[in-house]
Design a protein around this ligand. Structure first.
Ligand code: ZN
Length: 461
């Protein structure tokens, strides 16, 4: 019996011993401090809890409670608490998770190289700075220029830095620009002094460099001819611009055609509202021309042209190809109408003719042979018809300078019959330049009359 009591006592002693020495343990899986890149997923590795004996033998695993949260989209330190309980035993442990940004911002620039004027420090460049966490941080960029490099630097809110170096090339291959005031061509009456109308010179790097312009001219005021005023300017790197203004020195047209260079200016299809302007120009230079008129326009222009010494010719009344070239009779019916008009206004019958479309026209082909017949018939009836050997091209272009050029380049020694239309403003505006060129180059202007040299095209119908 006694032995039994001893046995029970030993058992109780063992239980008490265990009760006093067994304990609760809690340990983290993984590190106690974790650095986690922002936007990356956080994997909870948990913790291990254990109620164990002195030999470490785990008798029981209580459930671990985790408190706290990690916002992986936001930088910062987060604390997670792990706890277990067993009876009157409690255990608590903590883990620190730091959400951090390790990625540097990205700077982008449009240009790989900057080309700029020598000495220029005010350099503009298009760039952007973008960070994985802060997003657009372009306005945080710091710029500087050092050793021919344009340096852009930026740091994000976590101190990650980026920089971009763009080479600067100091060069200038752009020429200055000279803008002439006034006209590009100037006409001077013999003996008249040239007055500079002015000019402006600008350079992409230097700005206004008008005071650097050198002006020279080769004008002989006593000699008819074509001269040049030359404007030259250079920038610091030797890019040079040269501009020329043309000067014509001319004499007023003598009243009697002389010499072997004659220009007959002829104007078809009018009169029109531009005829008055044209007559003013002709008057200024004392140049007489020829008007092949139609049924249109105001009588007063025909009257004035006649009174100012210009020749009035006949171009048909309607200028309708399908009417006037229908038959010989149809042609003369129409011609008589315009002839009557001219006679009524000037008191004189005109014997000068120009065929609509010229004698070489093909618009009359609907009536085969009509031009051959008419060409013979008009002469039998005492008329003289004129074509032209200088085409102004004013039916093909509306550009006054082109018209001037077309005429000038076609002029040659001998007789030049120029075709223009006084119904076209841009053609009328070419006349003064044509005259100035002609007078400066020894041409004489004359009106056509019945004795004028014949200028005929080859008849095509
Ligand atoms: Zn015509």
């Amino acid at each position: 019996m006694k032995k039994v009591w001893i046995g029970i006592l030993i058992f109780i002693a063992i239980i008490l011993f265990y009760g006093l020495t067994m304990h609760l343990t809690l340990s983290l899986n993984g590190n106690q401090e974790i650095e986690l890149p922002v936007f990356q997923e956080y994997n909870e590795q948990g913790a291990k809890g254990c109620y164990s004996d002195i030999f470490g033998f785990c008798l029981f695993r209580p459930e671990v409670k985790i408190n706290g949260e990690v916002d992986t989209n936001k930088l910062g330190d987060y604390y997670l608490t792990y706890s277990i309980s067993f009876g009157w035993y409690h255990k608590k442990i903590e883990r620190k998770v730091s959400v951090i940004d390790l990625i540097a911002p990205v700077i982008s620039a449009k240009d790989k190289q900057i080309l700029t004027c020598p000495g220029n420090e005010d350099i503009n460049l298009e760039y952007t700075a973008f960070d994985n966490y802060d997003q657009d941080i372009t306005d945080k960029v710091v710029k500087r220029i050092q050793d021919k490099q344009f340096i852009i630097e930026v740091a994000d809110s976590s101190g990650n830095r980026s920089s971009l170096e763009i080479p600067i090339v100091y060069d200038d291959d752009e020429k200055p620009i000279i803008t002439l005031k006034g006209n590009n061509t100037v006409a001077l009456l013999k003996g008249e002094k040239y007055v500079e109308p002015g000019y402006i010179a600008t350079d992409n790097c230097l700005g206004d460099i008008t005071d650097r312009v050198k002006v020279t001219n080769n004008i002989d005021y006593e000699q008819n001819g074509k001269y040049q005023v030359t404007y030259t300017v250079s920038d610091d790197l030797g890019n040079t611009t040269k501009v020329i203004r043309t000067v014509y020195v001319y004499e007023k047209n003598p009243d009697v055609p002389i010499g072997d260079k004659v220009i007959y200016l002829t104007f078809d299809d009018g009169p029109s509202n531009y005829t008055g302007q044209l007559l003013d120009v002709l008057k200024k230079y004392n140049v007489k021309a020829t008007f092949f008129v139609t049924g249109q326009g105001n009588d007063q222009f025909i009257k004035r042209a006649y009174e100012e010494g210009h020749s009035i010719g006949l171009h048909t009344y309607t200028h309708q190809y399908n009417t006037v070239y229908k038959s010989v009779d149809a042609y003369f019916d129409d011609l008589n109408k315009v002839s009557d008009r001219v006679k009524r206004i000037t008191g004189v019958e005109s014997k000068l003719i120009r065929f609509p479309g010229g004698s070489s026209n093909t618009v009359s082909k609907f009536n085969p042979g009509i031009m051959t017949t008419l060409a013979r018939e008009v002469e039998l009836r005492g008329y003289k018809y004129f074509d032209w050997n200088v085409a102004s091209g004013d039916t093909g272009t509306t550009n006054t300078d082109k018209i001037v050029n077309n005429v000038i380049k076609s002029l040659k020694k001998g007789n030049n019959v120029v075709l223009q239309h006084d119904t076209k403003k841009y053609s009328v505006e070419a006349v003064s330049q044509i005259i100035e060129y002609g007078l400066a180059n020894g041409y004489v202007f004359a009106p056509l009359d019945i004795t004028s040299p014949t200028v005929h095209h080859t008849i095509a119908n």
